[in-house]
Design a protein around this ligand. Structure first.
Ligand SMILES: *Cc1c(COP(=O)(O)O)cnc(C)c1O
Length: 374
């Protein structure tokens, strides 16, 4: 059994993907081809944001958006403590300081109360300037944007939605990538919308920001190609990846999101009496980058993970270590209590899930968990 079955997906989409790739090979428009602009227009339209700027990966997308907002030394950026390393890494990379915020036990997402406490603590100390809040739509589920946006804007902070895992999700009728002041996503192969290599995108409604982002992603270009108006770098989505994403985006919209949501509800129906299953608050829709359960403690998790492995079922721990305990952040100050994040790292387990998972595969997983539990 595969954890996320990209081979199966390719078999189903093969004729369309091969056609799309062959077109690029025939035209040899490998950089900046028409497919890149077509994809950007489609994604912007889908999420309901004016500009989509594609780029090299989700980490570059976050970095460039923070650069567009002038984030650097002396600035505080509020990041959930329970997320993938890149969310905090980009902040430190730019010389700013990541302030880690605790998460909600039920949704795994940034806890608005902890966020407000952290902003107040940083303001009171007076050393760092609170600038940006970066909620992460973890495992495909949008954060509590009503509260996060209200708190952030009340203190004069901008909201950067890290939707690397969240493409396709919905918050009260609005799509992810449209829920903050700007948003980014990743097309890493295993994300809800993945390409066949690295890729990413930034979403903003602001014309000036969009122009700046297009410029820094291509060596700080101006309107005349050989007059560079600023120092940038090279972060582009190539045409082959865009061609693949055009097909994968259609599949996501046509049936993959529906299919993965059906599988997630079957999991929850079968597992909810045995382990703590993921909760989707009313009005929210997940794109299920992961299906993550919680067990009693680390010992139980090890037993369960071994039991699954013995039956050929892969499972993953996202994430075994909170941000504030990462070696690279050693020396960073903790501003708020981070105990939920710490305890989740000991009790979470992500199970195989993807839009092509069969009922018999699903039953195999839930049966092993049932036996291990009983
Ligand atoms: C994957 C991921 C990123 C980084 O995306 P890449 O395309 O791998 O650079 C950033 N944030 C989160 C939450 C992610 O899951």
């Amino acid at each position: 059994m595969e954890f996320r079955d990209l081979k199966h997906q390719y078999q189903v989409l093969k004729p369309r993907i091969d056609d799309s790739v062959n077109q690029v090979m025939t035209e040899c428009n490998f950089i900046g081809g028409l497919q890149v602009r077509t994809l950007e227009a489609k994604l912007a339209d889908y999420v309901g944001v004016k500009h989509c700027i594609s780029c090299g990966n989700g980490t570059d997308a976050l970095t460039m958006m923070l650069m567009a907002w002038g984030i650097g030394k002396g600035d505080a950026v509020f990041v959930p403590d329970f997320t993938f390393f890149a969310s905090g890494e980009v902040v430190s990379f730019l010389g700013a300081t990541p302030v880690f915020v605790d998460v909600d036990q039920n949704t795994f997402n940034m806890d608005p109360n902890s966020l407000e406490q952290a902003i107040i603590a940083v303001k009171e100390e007076g050393e760092l300037k609170p600038k940006v809040v970066m909620p992460v739509d973890l495992f495909g589920l949008p954060c509590d944007y009503d509260r996060i946006n209200e708190i952030s804007h009340r203190y004069g902070l901008k909201v950067l939605e890290d939707a690397a895992q969240g493409f396709g999700g919905e918050y009260k009728g609005r799509k992810t990538c449209s829920l903050g002041d700007a948003a980014t996503t990743s097309f890493f192969p295993a994300k809800p919308l993945g390409c066949y290599g690295d890729g990413g995108a930034i979403f903003t409604n602001d014309d000036q920001e969009a122009e700046y982002l297009c410029s820094i992603a291509v060596h700080g270009k101006g309107t005349f190609k050989y007059d560079n108006v600023r120092i940038g770098w090279n972060s582009r989505l190539d045409t082959l990846q865009a061609a693949i994403l055009l097909v994968k985006f259609d599949a996501l919209e046509e049936f993959e999101l529906e299919s993965i949501n059906t599988i997630a509800s079957l999991y929850t129906k079968d597992l909810r009496d045995m382990v703590k299953t993921p909760e989707i608050p009313n009005g929210l829709y997940s794109s299920w980058a992961q299906y993550t359960i919680q067990v009693k403690d680390e010992i139980q998790r090890t037993i369960l993970q071994n039991e699954l492995a013995n039956h050929g079922v892969p499972s993953m721990i996202y994430y075994p270590k909170p941000m504030h305990l990462q070696s690279a952040f050693h020396g960073n100050k903790n501003w708020v209590d981070l105990s939920i994040s710490e305890s989740l790292c000991k009790t979470v387990l992500s199970l195989p899930i993807h839009p092509y998972m069969s009922n018999s595969e699903l039953n195999r997983v839930t049966e092993i968990i049932g036996k291990s539990n009983g």
